[in-house]
Design a protein around this ligand. Structure first.
Ligand code: C2O
Ligand code: CU
Ligand code: CU
Length: 528
């Protein structure tokens, strides 16, 4: 049995460390003592879960497990496992030998119930990233359940076809839990998409890109303590779908690659190794209006992009690589460039290889037009000329939003929104050390809003940020619906968003998970 490194286990589980250790020493396939097998379950059914009939019912569990990530060695992980208990079993698709949760495939309009059981020795709750659901179905940290706890979700999939995902969202514990393996894809299809005849089945290839640090068998989190929390954890090993040295064998035809940056903090600058431009067909909130080409795609944490790639021209016997290109990352702390751990941010490396090993018996044609995104005119905004400004900066040694840190249900006056309105928000990354002028540096922050997707209206960058910005800006995919937008140091990003679907308390935050855990997160409240 592999030892659990002390560092890892302290960082993961805090006071619940003993339970994790116990789990690691238990026979491989068992769930933890005190799981739903015993009678200690505390059922929590959210108030709006009606309990009536649904199209699909899924049982999802958070469990401690061991997975062979590196050949010949078993790694302790926490993961989300699921099975269909009612409806089409194909809704839950396992992701091979991986810590990742299964890929859920649902159709727009389906009513789903997810019965979630927490069997890890830590409190948790699951959030459906990018999905537009009622407040008590959104996995807000105030709904976290303890070990042995249950939370019942029930919602209708209203989103358009797209690549969404799910991950835990407990306060201060999201970073370690995602890092330990808790995340999966939530793919939605709809009629508009189905009519296009895009590559499907094995030709619709999800790729969850993450970076990790290993010490022998063990995943190591926060090896540099406070420095890693301030800068975000960077790994030195790139995993795709939970596997190192990812290689896909493919046919000589067209594929849809659905790429999620599931990393805690790393930004990728994705490109083909042979310099072929990327063909982008979708962003966070689904298909673009038409395919676009990019020399590279910049993908911050939590962002998604769907690529179209035709392996036909390369031909059987050849191979191609998806790489991350170098860029200039300003990471300045206390006046020093700091990259305490892992592969430094901004260096280049390989992400995945594709080996074309067979002839295809079918193919798909890239449509000229993909979708009607149904964008909203900016003129609809109630504050077109006076955007709601959110400054991203550092104060009192911590990252803040408008100088505030997260408090569970706190909503400031400038975080209250009237239901039914459309607004412009401006994320302003003041750069440097909390905007103390002239220092340059600072960090990029991927800003995420829960609830409805938004449109990016504009980006402007100041002189201090310009050089760094120019090494990534051609890769922003701002033409589609977004739920997460990378805001570079010195940059102001204006977004347009409707608040027309569900009233209630929702989150907006930086999706560098260490920043989120440290409090770079706030509530907004939509009042009916
Ligand atoms: Cu992907 Cu509030 O999170
Ligand atoms: Cu989210
Ligand atoms: Cu951040």
């Amino acid at each position: 049995m592999p030892p659990v490194s002390r560092r890892t286990f302290l960082a993961w589980s805090g006071s619940a460390g003993l339970a994790l250790l116990a789990a690691a020493c238990a026979p491989k396939t068992t769930s933890l003592p005190g799981s739903s097998a015993t009678s200690s379950t505390v059922p929590v059914t959210s108030p709006t879960a009606a309990g009536g009939s649904v199209d699909v019912e899924i049982s999802m569990r958070a469990v401690a497990d061991q997975i062979e990530i590196r050949p010949g060695s078993l790694t302790d992980v926490w993961r989300l496992v699921a099975e269909v208990t009612e409806g089409d079993p194909a809704v839950v698709q396992p992701v091979g030998a991986s810590y990742l949760g299964p890929t859920l495939r649902l159709r727009q309009g389906q009513r789903v119930r997810i019965v979630f059981d927490n069997e890890i020795p830590d409190e948790t709750i699951v959030h459906w990233h990018g999905l537009d659901v009622p407040e008590d179905m959104d996995g807000h940290p105030r709904f976290a359940v303890p070990e042995g706890g249950r939370y019942v979700y029930e919602f209708t999939v209203v989103n358009r076809a797209g690549t969404y995902w799910y991950h835990p969202h407990p306060h201060r514990r999201t970073g370690p839990q995602v890092y330990a393996g808790m995340a999966g894809l939530f793919l939605v299809s709809d009629n508009e998409e189905a009519a296009l005849g895009l590559p499907d089945g094995e030709f619709d290839l999800p790729m969850v890109v993450q970076d990790r640090v290993f010490n022998g068998d063990d995943l190591v989190y926060l090896q540099n303590g406070r420095m890693d929390q301030m800068l975000g954890v960077l790994g030195d090993e790139i995993l795709v779908n939970g596997r190192p040295d990812a290689e896909f064998t493919v046919a000589d035809r067209s594929y849809r690659l659905r790429i999620l940056n599931g990393s805690n903090s790393r930004i990728y600058k994705l490109a083909w190794d042979d310099g072929t431009p990327l063909t982008v067909i979708a962003s966070d909130g689904g298909l673009l209006e038409a395919p676009m080409t990019r020399p590279y795609v910049t993908l911050g944490p939590a962002e998604r992009v769907d690529l179209w790639v035709d392996f036909g021209p390369a031909g059987v016997g050849s191979s191609r690589k998806l790489v991350s290109l170098p860029f200039s990352a300003q990471r300045m702390m206390g006046g020093m460039m700091a990259d305490a751990s892992g592969l430094p941010l901004g260096v280049g490396f390989d992400v995945a290889a594709f080996r074309i090993d067979r002839e295809a018996t079918s193919n798909a044609v890239l449509p000229d037009r993909l979708s009607d995104p149904g964008f909203v005119p900016a003129e609809d905004a109630v504050n077109l000329d006076s955007a709601r400004v959110v400054t991203l900066g550092m104060a009192q040694g911590a990252w803040m939003l408008n100088g505030r840190t997260f408090e569970m249900t706190d909503v400031a006056p400038d975080e209250q929104i009237r239901f039914g309105t459309t607004e412009v928000w401006e994320f302003h990354n003041v750069g440097g050390m909390g905007g103390m002028g002239g220092m340059g540096g600072g960090m990029a922050h991927p800003m995420h809003m829960h609830g409805q997707q938004f449109q990016v209206l504009s980006r402007t960058v100041d002189e201090n940020g310009l050089n760094s910005w120019q090494t990534l800006q051609e890769g922003f995919v701002d033409e589609g619906w977004k739920d997460t937008v990378l805001v570079m140091p010195g940059e102001k990003v204006r977004v347009l968003r409707r608040f027309t679907s569900f009233p209630g308390l929702f989150l907006y935050h930086c999706h560098i998970l260490e920043h989120e855990d440290l409090g770079m997160m706030r509530n907004f409240r939509i009042d009916a």
